[in-house]
Design a protein around this ligand. Structure first.
Ligand code: TXA
Ligand code: MG
Length: 354
């Protein structure tokens, strides 16, 4: 029977800067006992379990409905715990962690034997990261073990940036949610694979490709998007359809932003039940079009912070289609574009130059 379907989920508010010890200790105990606790990180909420406990790791896959061929990230509180997770750690890994961690960087390294095969989907490598969040850090310390945690959403849904998003997807399937408010970055960590030569950026995220290339100039980025999961084991996490709202998302790509906006307005005219996500400066173009509007803010950082919540909010309002402009491909725009492309499952409209 599906054990995770019967769990009463407690959701407890915790101060994001000074987490209450008693609450975090209780959460740590749940993790040690093989349970599941969702917690905030600086990127998105994670669904945590003891990374060294194979049965607990299995529970994560079950609760999320995540395919077994998609491996998890292991979270550590300090660099000295890396040896519990990874082996043969190259100097460049330490250099990258020292430069960008705690923070939104995940490194793929050779796996330590104690890490269960279910966690890495049978791969010889493991993904490790050190989150920059007082609650996440306190939880790992309280649990006394590294914590395996994917984003705390149902598989293929937008990642959760608030405790309510976690409850919307996983209430009754997990033991506890530590509610630390809205997560600051809002997009997941950048994943760098150091187990191959040259190193590959597997997922653009909170640390930009430009920043990563300063210490690692040979870093490659060749986005791969799989249309079904038959080849997923060799390229984990590259399924095209991901982070998806229930509504169909259409992505408008143009050389000039104003051309994309004009094409979106033309698409809207005469249609009802549409949503638009747009930067603040562009949002006024959609006033009085009848479309539901979600504003992404003034810059890429604000857009990252708001994207997943905006997709969920438009779903709540029951729109059938969501229109968005493909963002510029630098800085956080690379991560934002990746999430939007996948949320759209590849529905891109190339707008000709006016
Ligand atoms: O910001 C984040 O990274 C968040 C927070 C909770 O830490 N976590 C997160 O986890 O986004 P998840 O499971 O949603 O995404 C992890 C990605 C997956 O696409 C998975 O395929 C990839 O990491 N991954 C994990 N282990 C890997 C490995 N050994 N080799 C290649 N990719 C791996
Ligand atoms: Mg995820």
């Amino acid at each position: 029977m599906d054990k995770t379907n019967q769990t009463a989920t407690s959701c407890i508010r915790v101060d994001a800067l000074k987490p209450d010890r008693t609450i975090v200790d209780r959460a740590g105990e749940i993790i040690r006992d093989g349970g599941l606790v969702a917690f905030p990180t600086e990127t998105v909420y994670g669904l945590g379990a003891n990374a060294l406990d194979s049965a607990a790791v299995d529970r994560i896959f079950l609760a999320k409905g995540r395919p077994a061929n998609d491996p998890l990230i292991v979270h550590i509180a300090a660099l000295d715990q890396l040896s519990l997770v990874a082996s043969d750690v190259p100097d460049i890994a330490l250099e990258l962690f020292e430069r960008f961690s705690p923070g939104p960087l995940t490194l793929v390294l050779a796996k330590q034997r104690a890490i269960p095969a279910a966690l890495t989907a049978g791969l010889a490598t493991v993904a490790a990261r050190m989150p920059d969040h007082a609650i996440a850090k306190a939880l790992i310390d309280a649990a006394g073990v590294p914590i395996a945690a994917p984003s705390a959403n149902t598989f293929s849904r937008p990642s959760p940036t608030r405790a309510q998003h976690v409850l919307d997807d996983l209430q009754g399937r997990i033991d506890m949610v530590l509610d630390g408010g809205q997560t600051v970055i809002g997009l997941e960590s950048s994943i760098v694979d150091l187990s191959c030569d040259p190193p590959q950026l597997l997922r653009p995220g909170g640390v930009s490709l430009e920043d990563l290339r300063a210490p690692l100039p040979e870093l490659q980025y060749q986005p791969q998007y799989l249309h079904d999961d038959s080849a997923a084991a060799s390229a984990p996490g590259s399924l095209l359809r991901h982070y998806s709202p229930r509504a169909r998302l259409l992505l408008f790509r143009a050389e000039i932003d104003a051309d994309a906006t004009a094409a979106m307005r033309a698409y809207i005219s005469g249609q009802s039940n549409l949503g638009v996500i747009a930067m603040d400066a562009e949002a006024k173009q959609f006033l009085r079009t009848g479309a539901e509007i979600e504003c992404l803010g003034r810059n890429l950082e604000e857009a990252g912070y708001r994207l997943f919540a905006a997709l969920r909010a438009l779903d709540e309002r029951g729109v059938e289609e969501i229109l968005a402009r493909y963002p510029e491909r630098h800085g956080l725009g690379l991560a934002l574009g990746d999430r939007l492309l996948r949320a759209s499952a590849g529905h891109v409209i190339d707008v000709p130059k006016s």
